[in-house]
Write a protein that binds this ligand. Structure first.
Ligand SMILES: *Cc1c(COP(=O)(O)O)cnc(C)c1O
Length: 353
């Protein structure tokens, strides 16, 4: 159990009105905790949201030793704040931390910290359908030292940002660019870790895809550039000949919590789910024979993102006539329903605050 000191702001901000967008508005408070070698994690506190000051020599600025998480608080249909599987974010934090030589954090402490700061700013959780309070926990290396080594001090910070509905005018299929030149991660690298470096590596391809009118990049494996890995900030699923197929976790793919939930749900509905290697050639072949029935991305931000168009070199595949697939829609309705409390939570995924 953390002993969290709470210092409330004396100058609360006005809550935003109108469209919220994503990631630009922040609440009144934030959570901060220090780590010092020999002492462990200490001084857990909730303080007014504001700028922090650092030495320009701070390690995170030079060698990128940092990690982050992303989850949301939802206002239930009954008005109660709800979190979706926060223990999974806590466990994934430790998997990321191990890879980046960042000290681990007890799962209960992570969940306690998230719950405490959301509770202090619970009035900031928006209530319109599809809106939520985005929660961004992150850890940065803070030693003022230019040598290459794991830092001896860290900060764990949680900031909160009210965000609008991902789909302003209903669930809509997106176009995805299968990247055949740049790669995101390789086995043995840090693809499974949620860390800024993976995103820095992804920007050039994302800019290229956007310039061509595609909304996101689908990465291929870094060795043969032949097997499907994942989308920018989403895992990817296909429905091929009646089966739900997704790339297996192989060390270079981020193990999404939405991915895990979708697999559980599909299995509970009696669908065949396969986690395995999927080559681009298999997709092209399935498309040619009419067996590529659906494609969708999964992630906390969009929950389910139906894919209507997939581009690979000179081939452009239109999936399900560019329409939302039946399973994609059912998954979206079910997951968002569980999150806001209108669908029964059979799996015990929701934590109410
Ligand atoms: C966070 C993330 C995902 C999705 O994970 P969720 O836990 O479902 O939000 C997928 N891919 C990458 C690269 C990510 O960073």
């Amino acid at each position: 159990m953390l002993n969290i000191k709470i210092e409330k702001t004396t100058a609360p901000k006005a809550k935003p009105e109108g469209k919220l967008g994503f990631g630009k508005i922040f609440t009144d408070h934030m959570f901060i905790m220090n780590y010092t070698e020999g002492q462990g994690w200490h001084d857990a506190r909730i303080v007014p949201y504001g700028d922090l000051s650092f030495s320009p020599a701070c390690m995170v600025f030079h060698y990128g030793q940092e990690m982050f998480e992303g989850l949301k608080a939802y206002r239930g249909t009954d008005g109660t704040p709800r979190l979706f599987r926060p223990d999974m974010n806590a466990k994934r934090t430790n998997d990321t931390n191990k890879r980046l030589c960042i000290p681990e954090l007890p799962v209960e402490d992570f969940v306690q910290a998230v719950s405490a700061v959301v509770d202090v700013d619970r009035d900031w959780i928006p209530s319109d359908p599809g809106t939520s309070l985005y929660i961004r926990p992150f850890i940065i290396a803070t030693d003022a030292f230019l040598g290459v080594a794991p830092s001896k001090t860290y900060l764990f910070i949680i900031i909160l940002s009210p965000s609008g509905a991902y789909y302003e005018s209903g669930l809509a299929p997106v176009g995805i660019w299968i990247e055949d030149d740049y790669v995101r991660a390789v086995r043995g690298g840090m693809g499974f870790a949620k860390t800024g470096g993976n995103y820095a590596a992804s920007l050039a391809a994302q800019v290229k895809a956007h310039d061509d009118g595609y909304s996101q990049v689908l990465w291929l494996d870094g060795v043969e550039r032949k097997y499907i890995e994942e989308v920018g900030a989403m895992n990817i699923f296909f429905k091929i000949d009646g089966k739900i197929v997704t790339p297996m976790l192989n060390g270079s793919i981020l193990p999404g919590i939405t991915r895990n939930s979708v697999i559980e749900l599909c299995k509970s509905w009696g669908l065949d789910v396969e986690e395995r290697k999927i080559s681009v050639d298999e997709l092209l072949e399935a498309q040619a024979t009419g067996k590529l029935e659906e494609c969708f991305g999964t992630g906390t931000a969009a929950v389910i993102s139906p894919v209507g168009k997939l581009r690979y070199k000179d081939d452009v595949m239109t999936i399900n006539g560019g329409n939302i697939g039946e399973i994609s829609q059912k998954l979206y309705d079910t997951v968002t329903g569980i999150q806001c409390g209108s669908v029964e939570d059979k799996f015990g995924w929701v934590v109410t605050l």
